[in-house]
Design a protein around this ligand. Structure first.
Ligand SMILES: Cc1ncc(COP(=O)(O)O)c(C=O)c1O
Length: 421
């Protein structure tokens, strides 16, 4: 795969200055993504960044100035967001297992909206709002009966922990709407993600619009906000065809416009909630080859960071069968034809610590640095970094003004620095 040489130059510099293993995030690439979304959808959608995809405080702070809203999924994420400068009013809180104390704290700090995933959460939120003398804004999360084919991860269309099943929603919405200390601002649907097919994405959004229309054909007052889980995917593997965002926009824009022209939705804000599509392709994971071994005819590169640092690349984060992430040798300097097939593993004493099986890369030596692409989302914080107590990877930001270390997880006994290597 072609890697822009400027990206590789920065990766090389990050590895030399800050060491490996490390994550490197390119802010200009995130900015490009925001612009592409704004260009494709015009003013139809506000954007909400899902903090779970990358909660590094520097990324949260950056997003504050680039998207309208932030969605958090734990009280920890809410606290990080507020420390990063987000006003609570611009934050929503999803998650199917919110604890009592989390709901109370969220109401207390003045969160913009609680996304209610059950009547239980609604009753608790109502109680805490009453105790605090507040009326809490809420959205009700609804789980549709089906998700089109083509979504890598589905959160509805089957028994699911997420939200209120569409079949139960008439009863449950009535119960929630009657709670005196809650103000139902709208509906939230996030039914699936990692979809690269424009037709499937449009069909999914169409289903959301139908649900919104049916809910607001009843007695509920007009919604202020309706949240659509974007489902937009990124091409993790060489065989993946990158998403054609223009095709998604042209496939759904007319229907969105006619939806917004209905009297019950005049003035309603539509929000696209997403994580990986904003930050996934802007991040790379750097790992260095510590040792090379040829075992029974197979060349194996043993790296300084593996599944402990990057669980998804090892195939243990929802992949049914391991497929190699897109990756490349940093500043390969390869001669034409100088390509070989290798397996890459991490440093852990377990056979499941694999980063690549049979990947074609320029000839590798000990000390070479490999960059795993598509690592800006669900990388570091989706990984078991405490397993076997290796130093956690550093996190490096590349922005217009230069490059800086933004590592925020450093609670393990050892901290990796170039001098240690
Ligand atoms: C409620 C909710 N919002 C947003 C996201 C972000 O998804 P993605 O990063 O795939 O866009 C998820 C992913 O699981 C989610 O569950």
């Amino acid at each position: 795969m072609e890697i822009p040489s400027s990206v590789d130059m920065w990766l090389e510099s990050a590895a030399a200055s800050f060491g490996t293993p490390s994550y490197v995030y390119f802010m200009p690439l995130i900015e490009n993504r925001v612009s592409q979304l704004r260009r494709a959808f015009g003013r139809r959608f506000a954007l909400s960044f899902a903090a779970k995809s990358n909660p590094n405080p520097a990324i949260l702070a950056f997003m504050k100035d680039h998207v309208e809203y932030l969605d958090v999924s734990s009280i920890g994420e809410l606290r990080s967001a507020v420390s990063a400068g987000w006003q609570p009013l611009r934050i929503s809180f999803t998650g199917p297992g919110k604890r009592d104390a989390e709901i109370r704290e969220a109401v207390e700090v003045g969160i913009g909206e609680l996304i209610l995933e059950s009547v239980r959460e609604a009753v608790l939120a109502d109680k805490f709002a009453a105790e605090l003398g507040r009326v809490q804004r809420v959205l009700i999360r609804v789980a549709p009966t089906s998700v089109p084919k083509g979504f890598g991860d589905q959160m509805a269309g089957r028994p699911s922990a997420f939200g209120i099943d569409w079949e139960d929603s008439p009863r449950d919405i009535r119960v929630i709407a009657a709670l005196k200390n809650l103000h139902v601002v709208g509906i939230h649907i996030y039914s699936g993600t990692q979809c690269l097919k424009p037709d499937a994405l449009c069909e999914n959004y169409r289903g959301f619009l139908t649900i919104f229309r049916e809910i607001y054909a009843g007695t509920l007052p007009k919604p202020e906000k309706l949240v659509l889980g974007s489902g937009l995917g990124i091409p993790y593997h060489d065989q993946d065809v990158p998403l054609d965002l223009e095709a998604v926009a042209s496939g759904i824009s007319a229907e969105i416009d006619s939806f917004c022209s209905l009297p019950q939705f005049a003035g309603t804000q539509l929000v696209l909630e997403l994580g990986r599509y904003l930050v996934g392709e802007a991040g790379y994971f750097l790992t260095k080859i510590v040792s090379i071994k040829t075992s029974r005819g197979t060349k194996i590169g043993i790296c300084d960071g593996g599944m402990n640092n990057h669980l998804p690349a090892s195939g243990h984060f929802g992949m049914v069968m391991h497929r190699n992430y897109r990756m490349h040798k940093v500043s390969a300097g390869a001669r034409p034809g100088d390509v070989e097939t290798v397996n890459l593993v991490g440093p852990l004493c377990t056979s499941i610590d694999k980063l690549a099986v049979g990947v074609a890369l320029p000839s590798l030596e000990e000390g070479d640095v490999i960059a795993i692409n598509n690592s800006g989302a669900y990388g570091l914080t989706a990984s078991p970094i405490h397993f076997i107590s290796h130093a956690p990877p550093r996190e490096i930001l590349v922005e217009a003004s230069g490059i800086r270390d933004v590592t925020f997880i450093s609670d393990l006994p050892v901290t990796a620095r170039p001098a240690d290597q």
